[in-house]
Design a protein around this ligand. Structure first.
Ligand code: HEM
Length: 287
């Protein structure tokens, strides 16, 4: 019993070292069987007794008993090699055992989020991706493409450059950019109201402040009256557009064009007073 186990364990390697065995392409262990199948000629020729002895000495070797096509170890000794040994697994029916493990199925990379293009310019480039993100509403994201602010900022010599403007903005004169207006309104020395003290303005009084004939241009917004005269050269939509609101309530015109603009913030320094009913006494010296 122990001899059989020992011979079958050593057989593949011992036959490999033999120079005249296993040369017909068949698996190891079949060379002796070939010599046995031709005993008539071979035995007479040369005294290859050693080979014969070898084959005879392995009579219990199952491979020489006719099964010369398949040497499945499963048909051999069931107890050896061990069921889970590498020897047993080597000539297994599943050739994939020795094949490299399949490449791990990687998850595809997540789809790139859709680019948010709000129509403010061309698709983002490498440079634009470095821009500071802003989640604010559209009017707070800076001047729109083609606005005077962008134009003047792109100008190499600091002067405005005329570009097509589908939104009807005008070319502001130097020193009248929105930033200039913001700086002016914050200046404590600038009196942008044109009057002394808070005024009570009747509708008839407001109607006279058209910005013509030497009169200032006033406009009301939510019951408050503003002097829009100093803002005229700063208005991105042009003086003519802004003048349409002079001497009247400008809320509807304003909201029709740019409801995102904060009137009170922009013209807070131009506040003249409050609009009062007509029957109330008009302000002195306004006529
Ligand atoms: C009286 C207070 C007003 C203020 C403070 C004001 C302010 C502004 C500002 C900040 C812009 C630039 C908007 C932007 O870049 O998105 C603008 C543009 C413009 N405004 Fe005014 N505006 C006033 C009244 C008016 C009125 C009464 C009209 C028309 C009757 C008008 C017509 C326009 C037009 C056509 C533009 C350019 C187009 C646009 O930016 O959408 N604005 N205004």
């Amino acid at each position: 019993m122990s001899w059989n186990l020992f011979s079958s364990w050593l057989q593949p390697s011992s036959l490999d070292t033999k120079p005249d065995s296993g040369t017909d392409g068949q698996p190891n262990g079949h060379a002796p069987a070939v010599t046995i199948t031709n005993p008539d000629k071979e035995n007479e020729k040369t005294p290859k007794a050693e080979v014969s002895k070898t084959t005879e000495g392995v009579p219990t070797f199952s491979l020489s008993d006719g099964d010369n096509t398949t040497s499945s170890p499963e048909t051999e000794t069931p107890s050896f090699p061990a069921l889970n040994s590498a020897q047993r697994a080597k000539p297994s029916n599943s050739p994939n055992r020795m094949a490299p493990p399949p490449a791990p199925t990687l998850m595809p990379p997540p789809a790139r989020p859709a680019t948010i293009n709000r129509g403010l310019g061309p698709p983002p480039s490498t440079a634009s991706s470095l821009r500071l993100p802003s989640t604010g509403p559209l009017p707070n994201r800076g001047p729109p493409a083609g606005s005077q602010q962008r134009v003047s900022s792109l100008s190499p010599n600091g002067t405005a450059v005329s570009v097509p403007n589908p939104r009807g903005k005008v070319l502001l004169s130097p020193g009248h950019s929105p930033m200039d207006w913001a700086a002016l309104t914050k200046s404590s020395s600038a009196d942008l109201t044109g009057v002394k003290g808070f005024q009570r303005v009747t509708p008839s009084q407001l109607k006279k402040m058209t910005g013509r004939k030497g009169k200032p241009a006033w406009s009301s917004w939510q019951g408050k009256v503003y002097n829009i005269t100093p803002y005229l050269p700063f208005h991105p939509g042009g003086e003519a557009e802004l003048m349409k609101a002079a001497g009247r309530d400008g809320a509807k015109l304003f909201m029709d064009v740019h409801p995102w603009v904060n009137w009170e913030n922009m013209l807070g320094a131009c506040l003249v007073g409050v609009l009062v009913p007509e029957e109330e006494s008009p302000l002195e010296g306004l006529d």
